[in-house]
Design a binder for this molecule. Structure first.
Ligand code: FES
Length: 106
């Protein structure tokens, strides 16, 4: 179990309890976090689950793998902290994670 906080583009915080083994995207959807569309359902095929990882957490969440990196090319306003939230698997290590939702999805 990990507490994950989503911060929307306009600064609204959503504090969620995420089960280990689920993905960050699934927790955004389950908690009705606005701004995460996840059109492909987590198959790394749409880039509409794009988020920015808070600077303090980038080392813990790690770098995107090649397939995710390719899909990120289709995301809106990609930054060095960009990740696809369906590709981040929840574990105890992520307890306290903060992610920021972009202004819009591509
Ligand atoms: S939900 Fe489609 S790439 Fe993440």
């Amino acid at each position: 179990m990990a507490k994950i906080t989503f911060v929307t583009f306009d600064g609204v915080r959503f504090d969620t309890d995420a089960e280990n083994g689920s993905t960050v995207m699934e927790n955004a959807i389950r908690n009705a976090v606005p701004g995460i569309d996840a059109e492909c359902g987590g198959a790394c095929a749409c880039a509409t689950c794009h988020v920015y990882i808070d600077d303090a957490w980038k080392d813990v969440t790690g770098e995107p793998e090649a397939m995710e990196e390719d899909m990120l090319d289709f995301a809106y306003d990609v930054r060095p902290s960009s990740r696809l939230s369906c590709q981040i698997r929840v574990s105890d290590e992520l307890d306290g994670l903060v992610v920021h939702v972009p202004e819009r999805q591509a």
